[in-house]
Design a protein around this ligand. Structure first.
Ligand SMILES: C[S@@+](CC[C@H](N)C(=O)[O-])C[C@H]1O[C@@H](n2cnc3c(N)ncnc32)[C@H](O)[C@@H]1O
Length: 256
């Protein structure tokens, strides 16, 4: 039986038994192999834009499934183009940048809407992805943090029902997500409310990255650099407030 990394297991655990799954940007194909071996899904489309990863996946299928890869369909293509409308209930998009995920989700709104749930694990631009999702009426139903080597990664469980609808509906979902707390997109509200034990490390890591960018921006006198510095300084203050909240055992009202 294949053993998944904590990151991939964290994603796989959120796939409901019996779902028809699409793994977009599958690369090694470990999630499809795990789904097949455990019987959690018997219909899995594994898509990748490049031939190399699909070849690697074919080798992994031979190794782990010993010829019985029925129900796993390898398809080469860009994003959701590898599935038909309504072919998958759940789609995994993991290990890519948040901006690429936005491109994939916005390419064909009807196709995106035909998938009920997305499990997104962005490597970066998590704030831009969260904002785009909420501005476009998606519901961020849950979030989790998982460790892989020295990093902490975010996984978002996103529901599509009502997405790409009216701005009023999108606003309602956004309000339901923030519940009156500070509107920031760097750190997931579910993680803050739950005081996720991995959150302090994740915040420290994000602060380090932002501080490095701020140090670079401070060396320039341009108007853009000043504006960028101001934005980053605000983000750093917001992260500090969240860290204080998470570390204060007496507080249960996130950032009111
Ligand atoms: C870093 S790997 C992540 C593999 C796996 N999903 C994981 O999380 O471990 C990213 C994969 O996405 C593929 N990819 C990049 N852009 C893509 C796109 N627009 N559509 C489908 N696959 C894409 C790459 O070829 C690569 O195999």
């Amino acid at each position: 039986m294949i053993r998944l990394s904590e990151r991939l297991q964290g994603i796989a655990d959120w796939i409901e038994p019996g779902s028809r799954v699409a793994d977009i940007g599958t690369d090694h194909g470990y999630i499809p192999i795990w789904l097949k071996q455990t019987g959690r899904s018997d219909y899995i489309v594994a898509g990748d834009i490049h031939e190399g990863p699909l070849q690697k996946m074919r080798d992994h299928l031979d190794r782990w499934l010993e010829g019985d890869d029925s129900g796993i369909f390898l398809r080469k293509g860009d994003g959701l183009k590898v599935i038909g409308k309504g072919e998958a209930d759940t789609a995994v998009i993991a290990g890519m940048g948040g901006l690429l995920m936005i491109d994939i989700l916005s390419d064909d709104p009807e196709k995106t809407l035909s998938v009920k749930r997305f499990l997104l694990q962005p490597r970066n631009a998590q704030d831009k992805l969260r904002k785009w999702l909420l501005d476009n009426g998606f519901a961020i139903a849950d979030e989790k943090l998982v460790r892989e080597s020295r990093f902490v990664w975010e996984i978002l469980l996103v529901e599509t029902e009502g997405a790409f609808g009216s701005p009023e509906e999108a606003l309602k979902k956004k309000e339901a997500y923030f519940k009156g707390a500070e509107e920031q997109y760097e750190i997931g509200q579910h993680l803050i409310r739950r005081k996720d034990p991995n959150l302090p490390d994740q915040i420290r890591w994000k602060k380090e990255i932002l501080q490095e960018i701020l140090d670079g921006a401070c060396r320039s006198d341009s108007t853009e650099a000043k504006e960028r510095s101001r934005e980053i300084a605000e983000k750093l203050q917001s992260l500090e407030r969240i860290l204080n909240y998470v570390n204060d055992e007496r507080r249960t009202d996130p950032l009111y």
